[in-house]
Design a protein around this ligand. Sequence first.
Ligand SMILES: O=P(O)(O)OC[C@H]1O[C@H](O[C@H]2O[C@H](CO)[C@@H](O)[C@H](O)[C@H]2O)[C@H](O)[C@@H](O)[C@@H]1O
Length: 249
Amino acid sequence: MAAESPTRPPPPSIDRAWALFLDVDGTLLSFATEPSAVVVDPALRDSLEHAHRHLDGALALISGRPLATLDRLFAPLQLPAAGLHGLERRNGDRQSAPAAAPDALHRIRTEAEALSARLPGTVVEDKAVALGLHWRAAPQHGPQLRAFAEAALPRLPGYRLQPGDHVVELRPTGADKGDAIAALLEQPPFRGRTPVFVGDDLTDEHGFAVVNARHGFSVLVGTREPSAAHYTLPDVAAVHAWLEDALPA
Ligand SMILES: O=P(O)(O)OC[C@H]1O[C@H](O[C@H]2O[C@H](CO)[C@@H](O)[C@H](O)[C@H]2O)[C@H](O)[C@@H](O)[C@@H]1O
């Protein structure tokens, strides 16, 4: 018999004493057929800016995207953030970044682009030290891209596969989203606050574990199972409404 899905309540309204961590794709932004096709509504930028102020700066984006891409998407906002699933971090003047990409990754990117050119609807995302192989517009090609990534991995010492939503990534081993949240919680303005993380994807489970261990609020967007999250919001529109509702006009 299939296990029953847990019933999760919606999260409480945003509290000034929170440290709020927000995933990006699938949480703040609706999915698009490819990474460059996402749309950032100006109203969302306004909500994030208000929330950042309301929380005295204790709001950070926690994403698989590089920080440079986050800054471009949300410009002119430049929020505290973790990029590349936790490998890159920025909190005010404090920054950390992974080492440069090995030569093998450049060769693998060229091979991946050649493969993608033969598989219409697939996309190779160049994330400098990481590589995303996407198949949202062509799900039938997912197995071939996954097989390519698995075969490439032994040529990349110090790398691992990062599965995601219609994507597999080749990324350096090291920090995950949970590590990034834990590190930010050691620093002002996040230190001493109740941690709250809102996310939708597998990579967000690391963040849920850290927040749960600190008696915070873990919020799953959507219905993916299994998940360690204790609360839920049904979709991106509900996340936007939750952000807007809680804030003073
Ligand atoms: O941690 P996140 O902020 O959720 O980032 C995870 C990955 O999101 C992006 O890919 C996803 O969104 C694309 C645009 O909607 C979509 O086409 C793709 O199928 C999704 O997997 C981003 O491109 C990746 O770099 C992030 O790692």
